[in-house]
Design a protein around this ligand. Structure first.
Ligand code: NZQ
Ligand code: ZN
Length: 389
């Protein structure tokens, strides 16, 4: 069944080799004063930085560099918003991965707000306006280039918040798969794990439909197949282009139009892990996935596992439960095969913080709500985290 829904996206995608040539005409729609945001230097090595300056020679560019993975409210968002206000910035140009783009989205809202920006990010206050955002995405992972969300860490209070607002959709996203040739094996694997998890978060919900299930199974199949090719041949355009496009569908809702809402439990758990231990988002998700699946396996969820087992893996099994166990094992082995260590301890997570993180998740996220597909209480969160160690 397809339930009721409302869907719309104002983002224009420019996809393919050399699309950057359209940058001047796109930027000219918004004005001459540009805040250029980027991370730790990959964009300079890639040559995109020089290309941007060449193409935007008639624009006035102010820079915010050094945006870190798991972008921080303080200093990145605060500094960026200040630069926008001081320089009467018209538009933000984000060049980099999801972290740079997420940070740019938060800056876009905070630049138009006169109070403490964290009030917007934490949902206390609704933004009335935001600067327009154009991005050149260089990593296939989050889907931030095609959605209106961002995830920002506030290290002072060990919080990592998902912040969504329709004002934060990028106006234009430039997606050139060749820019992802240089992504390391680690970030290629973690980015793909993130995107697979986005699909699974939406697959495990009710009601579902043949149509949505088909798109989602196809998305996961494409990601699982193409990541292995990209890891073996980093400059394989066909594989990198599929990864880039499929990843972009992850979080904008299109995969679950008309489906029930799941509560995104694995993301809630991972955001706590990243907030406390600054681990790579996709790695945390990959480790949690099979443990969460074991936790929610029940009469209610069996059908989801069987649909995945048959549709994605072509498995047969003596019983539905045996099928579910095979599916869980298959995800574990796949993540291990692409190079993700399947234990949180290896990433530096400390067991003594598990209870505190469980409390944090319950206080800040939707995982325990009755309307979540499978609500998780404190004991369940602790079990998942302990098994993931
Ligand atoms: O900082 P630089 O030098 O640019 O290096 C980055 C960074 O070290 C590097 N990189 C990016 N493009 C590259 C490259 N290296 C070589 N070649 C390239 N072409 O990769 C490293 C990781 O980058 P990052 O942007 O952190 O990765 P990702 O895109 O996976 O973003 C992760 C962040 O997004 C959030 C996560 O929580 C995390 O904070 N998420 C955002 C979502 C959204 N907006 O919809 C949804 C997701 O669920 C996720 O929570
Ligand atoms: Zn994610």
């Amino acid at each position: 069944m397809i339930g009721d829904f409302m869907y719309g996206t104002p983002t224009t995608l420019l996809f393919g080799k050399g699309v950057i040539k359209h940058l001047p005409e796109v930027m000219a729609k918004y004005g001459k004063n540009v805040l250029l945001t980027y991370g730790g230097g990959s964009v300079k090595k890639l040559g995109i930085y020089d290309e941007v300056y060449k193409l935007l020679k008639d624009f006035h560019i102010v820079e915010l560099s050094g945006i870190e993975p798991n972008p921080k409210y303080d200093p990145s968002v605060i500094t960026g918003a200040k630069l926008c206000k001081e320089n009467a910035i018209d538009v933000i140009l984000s060049v980099g991965g999801g972290s740079v783009l997420d940070c740019s989205k938060a800056i876009a809202a905070c630049a138009k707000y006169h109070g403490e920006g964290w009030d917007l990010i934490s949902g206390k206050v609704k933004a009335k306006a935001a600067l327009p955002i154009v991005d050149i995405i260089t990593l296939a992972a989050t889907g931030s280039e095609y959605d209106c969300g961002c995830v920002i860490s506030n290290t002072a209070i060990n919080d990592k918040r998902g912040y969504q607002d329709e004002l934060l959709f990028p106006a234009f996203s430039f997606m050139d798969p060749e820019y992802t040739f240089s992504v390391s094996p680690w970030h290629t694997a973690c980015g793909t794990a993130d995107a697979i998890n986005h699909v699974l978060e939406q697959f495990f919900s009710a009601p579902s439909s043949l149509f949505n299930d088909g798109i989602m199974i196809s998305a996961i199949r494409s990601l699982m197949t193409n990541v292995k090719i990209a890891l073996a041949e980093p400059t394989n355009y066909a594989a990198r282009s599929e990864l880039m496009y499929v990843c972009s569908w992850g979080c904008n809702g299109i995969l679950s139009n008309g489906a029930g809402y799941s509560g995104w439990p694995m993301h809630s758990i991972e955001h706590a892990l990243s907030a406390y231990f600054d681990i790579t988002h996709g790695a945390g998700l990959a480790i949690i996935t099979p443990r969460w699946m074991e936790e929610i396996l029940s009469e209610k969820t069996l059908e989801r596992f069987v649909t995945l087992g048959k549709g994605l893996f072509g498995f047969e099994a003596a019983s539905e439960e045996a099928m579910a166990r095979k599916v869980i094992r298959a995800f574990y082995e796949f993540f291990e095969e692409i190079g993700i260590p399947m234990h949180l301890g290896t990433l530096g997570v400390k067991a003594e913080k598990i209870e505190e993180m469980a409390d944090h998740i319950l206080a800040n996220d939707d995982t325990s709500q009755d309307w979540a597909y499978v609500p998780l209480d404190k004991a369940a969160l602790i079990r998942i985290l302990e098994k993931s160690m």
